[in-house]
Ligand binder design. Structure first.
Ligand code: PLP
Ligand code: SF4
Length: 335
């Protein structure tokens, strides 16, 4: 892959996460210096700039960790950082403190400790398997992991967060898909940021997952120079919906150090999301959200479609600008 002298120098000096791209991704590049797919993977000199507001652990995940690798921020959901390794490293990664460093795959004893914790914490209904990319584990490692959690809690809804179907679709083998299919209910959450990522091989990997009854949803990150344009976002949403993938979240970038060049001012970001809402269906519309810096959780961001309220009459406005009124029901006793 062609790299400029400046980029080579930057990479030689060492970047975190390391520079790593898959052959599949390389094959999708269009050769332009400003290719949105290239921008997601090639280190940029701006990464060396850290702003005072940026954090090493932007979501304060370490404060919500009852056990190593376990993040329990919401009562009914918990997240396991399965590994720090990925097939390809995204320059915008918000877990860049762990992605691609020595943070290896979860051990058997760590897995068993979390399984025991899950048994006691029946308020947890959903478990997210995240990282890094859990699909960098072998099928055997992965099966041990999921089996341990499944045995501890047969009712648990699992969410596997992986970029592998998109960055290395050949990892989605029939054997892997069959194993995952036995662990339902299990949702697969992928990350696609631009419609060009949905190549024929990627679409095939996704349908293989879907053929086992595994729902596939998508989380995108709003990124300057990648998808900060309403046409690009519209194409992405339409391509996802056509492939049976529900656009779930569109994230405003977290304050991970060295990612400032990817972030949009919120005013601009929300205006963009408004335009998208004007154009596409509810099915094609992701929830635009940001994680509170330092921890606390996700905040859905939206312009208000409520213009006002008076005497139980709500003044509303559709994304297309049509106004109307919606009354509250009569108060009890008045009927
Ligand atoms: C995002 C996140 C979840 C899942 O939140 P949803 O809004 O249900 O997608 C769960 N735990 C942690 C720690 C998270 O960051
Ligand atoms: S795949 Fe996910 S964890 Fe890995 S580098 Fe990209 S954003 Fe980070």
């Amino acid at each position: 892959m062609h790299l400029s002298r400046k980029e080579k120098k930057l990479i030689d000096k060492g970047v975190q996460p390391p520079f790593k791209v898959t052959g599949h991704w390389e094959g999708l590049l269009n050769g332009n210096a400003d290719d949105p797919l290239r921008r997601q993977v090639v280190p940029h000199p701006a990464e060396k700039k850290t702003e005072p507001s940026e954090l090493k652990d932007p979501l304060g995940e370490e404060h919500y960790s009852p056990l190593p690798r376990l993040v329990h921020r919401y009562t009914d959901r918990a997240l396991v950082v399965v590994t720090g390794q990925c097939a390809l490293y995204c320059r915008h990664c918000f877990r860049r403190r762990i992605s691609g460093n020595e943070f290896g795959p979860i051990s058997r004893s760590e897995t068993q400790a979390i399984a025991l914790w899950l048994k006691e914490h029946t308020e947890v209904h959903e478990l997210l398997l995240s990282g890094g990319d859990p699909l960098t584990l072998s099928c055997r490692q992965l099966e041990f992991l999921i089996d341990s959690f499944r045995k501890a809690r047969p009712d648990l809804v699992l969410r596997l967060a992986t970029r592998m179907p998109v960055v290395s679709p050949r990892r989605i083998t029939p054997a892997l898909v069959k194993m995952l299919g036995r662990q339902k209910p299990l949702w697969v959450v992928i990350q696609v940021n631009h419609s060009r990522e949905l190549s024929p091989k990627v679409l095939k990997a996704v349908s293989l997952l879907q053929s086992q009854g595994l729902p596939v949803i998508n989380q995108s990150v709003l990124l300057r120079g990648v998808n900060d344009n309403v046409d690009v976002l519209e194409n992405l949403s339409r391509a996802l919906v056509s492939a049976g993938i529900k656009p779930y979240y569109l994230f405003q970038g977290d304050l991970a150090s060295g990612t400032g060049h990817f972030r949009l001012p919120l005013e601009e970001a929300m205006a963009l999301v408004d335009l998208l809402r004007e154009r596409v269906s509810g099915l094609a519309m992701p929830v635009f959200a940001v994680d509170l810096p330092g921890g606390g959780g996700k905040v859905p961001l939206s312009r208000s479609y409520i213009m006002g309220q008076k005497d139980g009459l709500w003044h509303l406005k559709t994304p297309q600008g049509i106004e109307g009124y919606y009354p509250d029901p009569p108060k009890e006793g008045e009927t």
